[in-house]
Design a binder for this molecule. Structure first.
Ligand code: TXA
Ligand code: MG
Length: 345
């Protein structure tokens, strides 16, 4: 399959890019899959009302079909046609965080979505992305668009069109290149069908921010399993992973350097993922800088690019700094622990 690429500058009036947006929208309307930028990561879009279209997402990604997809819409006023009920908590969250990196789980209206979007569940995950290119495409298709992250399953999510092309060229109809995304980690997923609402995936909107708006909120207990003590490797948990194994290192720069030295003494080429503050003090075969400790949103923004960068090197092992699980740190550590299969050194 030929994969067409359109360039769209998100910083100029989106009307100027109408021909490109129109072509991408037309492919989506014809039930093809097209990747496009959102404020979090690039999404791989398809018509959420068509099983023929949605099946192509799972095929292109190599994604297990029991993992449901997020549906993207242009305006919350469309919700009435898509969901069975809008709980009070969801109204509050939408007012505060939409458009933006928050996905809300609703009871779905029967007969609207392809069953494979929701993996057969009675619920559906929906968000309004905060990105002019995504919004223009959604507006132009006038369809609810299912869009998981536009990476091959298991690999780090894409934050540039180049990442998407690396994973999916020849497997999808098109890529809309709107430059690098901003937030860098995926949306927070919150289930508003339960009381209190439950965070199922930490992401761009923090638990602290959500609590300020709706008060009581619970956190899926399975998210806490990787906490604290080192966990045994479990392949089923490995996501967001570069080709070389990743290990997380707690403690100071000296401890990290000792571990680098030890692995090098064992004959390994060692890659390190480090914040700007520590990078110049570390000696390893490859040092990749990922944001600054002074502002963890920069770590989130650079995380997947940093993880992917190691695939262009010949390192045997990757050691990464760790972060507090407060605020956006919760999403960063969730992705890092998955990339590392919960392995700490
Ligand atoms: O930022 C994002 O959310 C990106 C961009 C492209 O919008 N999308 C994304 O989608 O990360 P995906 O498919 O990679 O992640 C969907 C997440 C999965 O963890 C899935 O299990 C959960 O949402 N999910 C989807 N529908 C659900 C449902 N009905 N109930 C519970 N979890 C659901
Ligand atoms: Mg994903």
């Amino acid at each position: 399959m030929n994969t067409y690429t359109w360039n769209v500058d998100k910083n100029v009036d989106i009307q100027k890019s109408y021909p490109q947006i129109r072509q991408a929208a037309e492919l989506l309307q014809r039930n093809e899959v097209v990747a496009f930028p959102t404020e979090t990561v690039y999404g791989l879009g398809a018509n959420a009302t068509s099983s023929e279209a949605v099946r192509k997402i799972y095929e292109a990604k190599g994604r297990p079909s029991d993992n449901p997809l997020i549906v993207h819409i242009d305006d919350k006023r469309q919700l009435g046609d898509l969901v069975a009920e809008i709980p009070a908590s969801a109204y509050l969250l939408m007012d505060e965080f939409w458009p933006g990196p928050l996905t809300i789980i609703f009871a779905k209206k029967p007969g609207v979505f392809s069953d494979i979007v929701t993996a057969g569940l009675d619920t559906v995950a929906i968000r309004v992305p905060d990105h002019p290119v995504a919004r223009a495409i959604l507006h132009e298709t006038n369809l609810p668009i299912a869009a998981p992250s536009a990476n091959r399953s298991g690999r780090p999510s894409p934050t540039t069109a180049h990442h998407v092309a690396t994973d999916l060229t020849g497997r999808i109809a098109g890529i809309v290149d709107g430059g690098p995304t901003g937030v860098g980690v995926e949306s927070t997923v919150i289930d508003c069908t339960v009381t209190p609402p439950m965070i199922l995936r930490p992401g761009g909107v923090t638990a602290e921010q959500i609590r300020e708006v709706i008060g009581d909120v619970s956190i899926d207990p399975s998210l806490k399993e990787g906490e604290g003590a080192p966990k045994s490797p479990g392949m089923k948990y490995t996501h967001y992973a570069p080709e070389a194994p990743v290990y997380l290192v707690e403690g100071n720069v000296q401890r990290l350097q000792q571990l680098i030295d030890r692995k090098q003494a064992e004959g390994m080429k060692v890659g390190v993922m480090s914040t700007r503050e520590a990078a110049s003090d570390l000696k390893a075969d490859v040092v990749v800088t990922c944001g600054s400790r002074e502002d963890l949103s920069t770590v989130a923004r650079d995380l997947y690019e940093a993880l992917r960068h190691f695939n262009e090197t010949d390192v045997d092992i990757i050691l990464s700094e760790t972060f507090s699980k407060e605020g956006i740190g919760s999403a960063i550590m969730n992705r890092l622990e998955k990339a590392a299969g919960y392995n700490y050194l």
